[in-house]
Design a protein around this ligand. Structure first.
Ligand SMILES: Nc1ncnc2c1ncn2[C@@H]1O[C@H](COP(=O)(O)OP(=O)(O)OP(=O)(O)O)[C@@H](O)[C@H]1O
Ligand SMILES: [Mg+2]
Length: 230
């Protein structure tokens, strides 16, 4: 079976600086890969390399067997890859609803019903500027917008940063529901409980290198914890 996303020998960085040095992984549809590692190890750099926002110095990325090398970042959503970056996730001058409508052809917000139900704060603030939301609420908005796209693969960078615990649990439930419908995810995360709720597999980064990869059940809680920011 062709993996949904596969990357191998990935080298990427900024200018002449190599941040990632030879990263590999493959992920089947309906599965979740959790990427973890302490601050500054290269997690966000990996997401940017996979989504094409920074060029590869070496290696390759394929989506459902198709080489992504020539697909520009702005065309990767159409190719099946949605991306929720760690920062600058929403447009502060637009309202919550306007942010949610950005990617919709029609203006019908119906597809967001499960997200408004799970996160009533978003519904209550539908007509407020997104810039007036708290950091955690902006993360929820970005999460809802990304999941509702229904892309075959979604890459989400630290979705739970600043989010309330009860909303984090609901994020996990909504994400796993998308997996049951065939969606796959690469999620950078520092929250161990959330990782254990969502991830099938993990990729552990340290100083730009992979120091552990495989089914999350192969890793003890202590081992995972030792690679998280405290
Ligand atoms: N735009 C950039 N230009 C130059 N160097 C950068 C840039 N962004 C990140 N770096 C450097 O690349 C390295 C990896 O950063 P990255 O943001 O990928 O880490 P991270 O694991 O996502 O960290 P965090 O947990 O804090 O989000 C760091 O040394 C960082 O300083
Ligand atoms: Mg980061």
């Amino acid at each position: 079976m062709t993996p949904l996303i596969a990357f191998s020998d990935l080298v990427a960085g900024y200018g002449d600086t190599r941040v990632l040095r030879g990263i590999d992984a493959r992920l089947m549809p309906g599965r979740v890969l959790g990427v973890l590692g302490r601050n500054g190890v290269g997690k966000t750099t990996l997401m940017r390399a996979l989504t094409g926002f920074i060029p590869l110095m070496q290696g390759r990325v394929s989506l459902d067997g198709r080489d992504m090398a020539k697909v520009a970042p702005q065309h990767r959503l159409a190719a099946g890859m949605a991306y929720a970056p760690q920062e600058d996730t929403v447009f502060g001058d637009l309202t919550v609803n306007e942010n949610l409508r950005l990617h919709l052809r029609g203006r019908d917000l119906g597809r967001y019903a499960p997200y408004f139900e799970a996160f009533p704060r978003l519904a209550e603030r539908a007509n407020q500027r997104a810039g007036s939301l708290s950091g955690g609420e902006r993360k929820l908005l970005s999460f809802a917008r990304t999941l509702a796209l229904g892309a075959p693969l979604s890459l989400i960078d630290e979705p739970t940063e600043g989010v309330q615990p009860e909303s984090i649990l609901k994020m996990g439930v909504l994400l796993r529901r998308r997996c049951e419908a065939g969606g796959a995810f690469v999620v950078v995360e520092q929250n161990l409980s959330f990782l254990q709720q969502i991830a099938d597999e993990v990729l552990i980064l340290d100083h730009g290198e992979s120091v552990g990869a495989g089914p999350i059940s192969d890793f003890s809680r202590e081992r995972l914890e030792s690679h998280l920011a405290v």
